[in-house]
Design a protein around this ligand. Sequence first.
Ligand code: AMP
Ligand code: MG
Length: 368
Amino acid sequence: MRSRTKVLSLLCVSALAFLLCCCGMPDPAAPAEAPSDGASATDAPEKIQPQGMVYYAYFDTVSYVYDYAGDSAERFADRSAEVSHILENYHKLFDIYHEYAGVNNLCTLNRLAGGEPVPVERELLDFLAYAKEMYTLTGGQMNVMLGAVLRPWHDCREAAGEDPAHARIPAEEELREAAEHTDIELLELDFDAGTARIADPAASIDVGALGKGYATEKAAQYLERIGAEGYVLNIGGNIRIIGNRPDGSGWRTGVRDPLDPDGYALYIRIADTACVSSGVYERYFVVNGQRYHHIIDPDTLYPAGYYAALTVLTRDSGLADALSTALFCMDFEDSLALAESLEGVEVCWIFPDGEQRYSSGFAEWITE
Ligand code: AMP
Ligand code: MG
């Protein structure tokens, strides 16, 4: 059980959440079904009213924890406090814009790129090793060392938000030069010494494609370890379901329609799995009437153009997140081949014209 202070601070967050809910945020206390990124399919009446907790602080997004198993209020407070603690820890470790007292995080690694190895916590080393594994698994299509290329796209998107009339995209030459500094081998890990290092001062790390899903998985694994069932984590749209509902009926949720992001392209019924989507509607800016979204194809250095969205179902939320980005950057033949080569991974691709294609087992999850 965590300290009384922690629980009290959580209750404060909860109270703040309540106030924000009253100001138009989604109400975490009254979801009808497993919530997706703030607006899931919720038209079926829910038999068991879940307890909910909401956090606004982590990964620049809204996170929800729901318990459908009927834990006591005190037990739910303890468990969701620990989930909050885990998310907070990874949030700090993965932050590339801020540093925190007493901890070397990814912002520190980027700042010290080209310098000496940096002592880091074992949790961060484990994550970076996993990121390298995911690079290999995805043939480099999900590359956390793409920071040098992602930065100019990010800056242009921010500038476009402030001054849309002068929106521009990065210069081709700038992107080509940046791409010279994205080799995954520039990320050096030394488990014996407990250090990490970025070997090139012009290189940088960006874990936007993977960090949230990985942290979500760590929180889910904690809940599994202590025997929790019937919990739903929705960390900024990365859904991870721990076990099933007591009646075994799963959760019905909507896959957002990328052509009309207020609506749903299809519905699925899921349990004991992660569900992660990547799509063109999530973050983008417009230049001369053309949309530029945030998932960058490492081969072209421009936003990937194969799909409007895709959704990955697999038990591990870190894998689901890595794949959601990587499969988005591959043509359908390669994307399908990678998905089919992995056991327990199902994918729904939605093409720019709205056509849907599924991996061989995905249809089993679809519901009315
Ligand atoms: P996701 O929404 O999971 O697909 O992640 C998208 C985020 O990951 C972007 O906002 C970037 O920060 C980062 N990103 C974009 N393209 C890539 C890529 N090909 N490999 C690794 N990270 C990427
Ligand atoms: Mg991803």
